[in-house]
Structures are given as structure tokens and as C-alpha cells.
Design a binder for this molecule. Structure first.
Ligand SMILES: C[S@@+](CC[C@H](N)C(=O)[O-])C[C@H]1O[C@@H](n2cnc3c(N)ncnc32)[C@H](O)[C@@H]1O
Length: 244
């Protein structure tokens, strides 16, 4: 059994401090408003900061995440009662065919393994109505971000609600687009909480093909949160696709 990289009760308290609402949240809210979404699923919702921001009058919002620590934190936040929270991955999304929008933020799709990606996208498609939209971002493998994930380049110290923290990340394995890294978190008492994450860096072609195989079309790709065109040196690839 692998340790949940989001499973630390102390570190989950810091997640929203480290990942505040930004241009990404504005983008996802814009998409929801533009299509007049009345039912939205946030896959891999984590602490639910975006999920709660998607709540609007007459709109059903569902947040899904496989990390009990993240989801229980989300359930405790102000406004959480307006969201339906479900434990699990894409396999728990109900095939209702009436969802207007599936969002997945914070590079969550990169956590889905190559083996699981087809069924995860198919579950999203089965939940969506015809014409419904899926949108998510994924890091551009061309930029090889993992090459800077070294102890030297990422080391930092700070005072947090969990005490003084020394932290860094370190890549331990690269196999094609599959990148494994350890996040080290050394607390005051010397304890080093090490969490291992595997991310799948996928090309435009790989993600486009996976979306098409799952029943999506009209696929567009942006290179930033403000309609920037995707280029080879875009840091992020933001996919927007419509269910046939
Ligand atoms: C970087 S966090 C992003 C959380 C949130 N979406 C955000 O924007 O802050 C990645 C989340 O993906 C979840 N996750 C990991 N594997 C997943 C999978 N196979 N399916 C769905 N979510 C997954 C983790 O539990 C974690 O909460």
C-alpha cells in the first residue's frame, strides 16, 4: 500500500496557504458561467477551495477526491455544506449523463496513471450530457519541469501553523513521462515526513487521443489561464473538450 501524499493532517492545513485561489480559479469559474452550468463535478477537488468557489445559485456542485485527509479538511471549511463531497477517484462519478461541466484543477489529471486514464475520462464522459464540457490542466512535458526538482533548487525554511518547517522535493525516478518525487518536510523535532508522488507528464498528442477515445471532441488547448495560445514552451497545457 502506498502512502497518500496528501495524507498528513498537519500539512493539509498548509495546502491552501501554498495554493491560494488565483487565475486558475477565475478560469474554471468563467467556463462554468459561460456554459451556464447547473451541475458541476470537481474531480480531485483536494481541500475544496475551488469547489466551494464554484457554488452558485441553482448550481449543484460535487467534489470528489480519493484522499480522506484532503476531503475531510474540505468538509470542515466554511460553505462546505453547499457542496456534495464524495470519497474516491473518477470511478465513483455517477453515470447520470446530466452534468454540464467536469473540472480538474491543480494538475490532478497528472496523478491519474496511464492505465487508469482511459477509464477515468470515460467516467467523466458518462457523467456529462451531450455538449457538456471537461476542462483541466497538465504540465507541458517539453518544459521538463522535473529537472529543477532538486534539493538544492527547492530547499526552503518557514514558520507555519505546524511549527518551523524545512522542506524540499527531490526526483527519485524518471521513466518517459512518469516522474516520481519525494517531498521532504522536516519538523522542529527532527521528524522528516516524506511523501512520494507520481506524476504523468503527457504530450498534447497523448491527451488529445485519450480525450477522443473517451468520446470528446472540439478539443482546444490554451497555454495559460487568459486564453494564451499553447506553444512548445508553454508551462501548462489547459484542455477544454466537449462530449459528443
Ligand atoms: C495537487 S492536488 C489538487 C487539489 C485541487 N484540485 C486544487 O486545485 O488545489 C491533487 C489532488 O488529486 C487527488 N488525486 C490523486 N490521485 C487521484 C486520482 N487518481 N483521481 C482523482 N484525484 C486524485 C489528490 O488526493 C489531491 O487532492
Amino acid at each position: 500500500m502506498t502512502l497518500d501524499p496528501y495524507g498528513d493532517e498537519e500539512l493539509v492545513e498548509l495546502y491552501d496557504v501554498d495554493n491560494p485561489a488565483g487565475a486558475d480559479h477565475d478560469y474554471f469559474r468563467r467556463v462554468a458561467d459561460a456554459i451556464g452550468a447547473t451541475k458541476v463535478v470537481d474531480l480531485g477537488c483536494g481541500t475544496g477551495l475551488l469547489t466551494r468557489a464554484l457554488v452558485a445559485p441553482g448550481r449543484v456542485v460535487i467534489g470528489i477526491d480519493p484522499s480522506p485527509t484532503m476531503l475531510n479538511f474540505a468538509r470542515r471549511q466554511p460553505g462546505a455544506e453547499a457542496v456534495t463531497w464524495i470519497d474516491g477517484d473518477a470511478s465513483v462519478i455517477a453515470s447520470t449523463g446530466d452534468v454540464d461541466l467536469v473540472v480538474s484543477s491543480g494538475n490532478t489529471m497528472m496523478h491519474v496513471s496511464d492505465d487508469d486514464l482511459p477509464s477515468a475520462l470515460k467516467s467523466c464522459a458518462d457523467a456529462l450530457r451531450t455538449g457538456g464540457v471537461i476542462t483541466f490542466e497538465s504540465r507541458n512535458p517539453v518544459m521538463r519541469a522535473w529537472e529543477s526538482w532538486t534539493r538544492e533548487a527547492t530547499y526552503g525554511e518557514r514558520d507555519t501553523s505546524a511549527g518551523h518547517l524545512r522542506e524540499w522535493v527531490e526526483v527519485t525516478e524518471v521513466d518517459g513521462g512518469r516522474v516520481v518525487f519525494d517531498a521532504h518536510n522536516v519538523f522542529d523535532d527532527g521528524r522528516d515526513a516524506v511523501y512520494t508522488t507520481t506524476l504523468y507528464f503527457r504530450t498534447v498528442e497523448e491527451i488529445t487521443a485519450a480525450l477522443e477515445d473517451a468520446g470528446f471532441g472540439a478539443i482546444t488547448i490554451q497555454g495559460g489561464w487568459h486564453d494564451e495560445p499553447a506553444t512548445t514552451d508553454s508551462r501548462l497545457l489547459i484542455f477544454h473538450a466537449t462530449k459528443h
